[in-house]
Every structure is written in structure tokens, then in C-alpha cells.
Design a binder for this molecule. Structure first.
Ligand code: ZN
Length: 136
């Protein structure tokens, strides 16, 4: 199991890390470390041949899975499809889901869980360009 570490934080931000994804194992939720209020994010890793040991469903939150490495299969209710590095899978509420690693190497992924239908403005309908002294 991997640990999460808080690296930097301030009044308006928190920076946490699970470390190298090449060495990442298991499942790590990050909301408590960063104090996120709009979504839960988790890192997951499945060794070759493994799937999550249970199917699950969500009542209010949709999930977006982002496959970072490896490949495998994803099941939503009775439908199965192939997934691979670069895949992004959105799963609605009220259905069963699971994923399985079928590659020789582990499959690592991020799952972002947020209230279905909650996204209002986004990107340039929510953001604005601001004036700030560049300290980078
Ligand atoms: Zn879930």
C-alpha cells in the first residue's frame, strides 16, 4: 500500500503526493490530504491479472477513470470493453462497475468522483486571466 504525503500547503492550496507511480501499489484516496471540497480523487494500481475485488455502484456521484499505464478491461453492468493507457472512462450513477488489468505490467489509474450534474461553468466560462507577478 502506498502512502500519501503533504508536501506544501497554504491558506488557498495543498500539495500532496503519492510518489512515483512506477512503485505505486494498492489504492490511495487523496481528499483528506488536500482538503478538496468538490471531488474525491484516488490513485489505484492493479497487478497483472487482478481486478478490484468487488463491483460497486454510486448513488449521487459519477466517476471518471483515467488510465495512466497498462491495459485491461472495464465492465459497466453487462457491457465489457478494452481500456489502455490514455483511456478516460466516465461512469454514471446507478450502475455496477469494475476494471481488470490484463497487461503484463500493472495498470495504474486515477478515479475522480464528483456529484453527477454538478459542473456549471468550466475552463474559460469559469476562469479569468489575472495579473500576477511571475515568481516561477
Ligand atoms: Zn467508486
Amino acid at each position: 500500500m502506498s502512502d500519501i504525503k503533504i508536501l506544501n500547503s497554504g491558506d488557498k492550496f495543498a500539495h500532496a503526493s503519492v510518489g512515483s507511480l512506477h512503485a505505486f501499489e494498492g489504492k490511495q484516496f487523496v481528499k483528506d490530504a488536500t482538503g478538496a471540497t468538490s471531488c474525491e480523487i484516488s490513485f489505484g494500481s492493479l497487478p497483472s491479472g487482478a481486478s478490484v475485488p468487488f463491483f460497486h455502484s454510486h448513488k449521487a456521484n459519477e466517476e471518471n477513470y483515467i488510465i495512466l499505464s497498462g491495459s485491461g478491461k472495464f465492465q459497466v453492468d453487462g457491457e465489457v470493453f478494452d481500456i489502455a493507457e490514455g483511456s478516460v472512462i466516465r461512469v454514471a450513477t446507478g450502475c455496477d462497475r469494475n476494471l481488470k488489468c490484463t497487461s503484463e505490467t500493472p495498470m495504474t489509474y486515477i478515479c475522480i468522483q464528483a456529484k453527477e450534474g454538478s459542473l456549471g461553468g468550466y475552463t474559460m466560462t469559469d476562469a479569468e486571466i489575472t495579473e500576477r507577478v511571475d515568481l516561477l
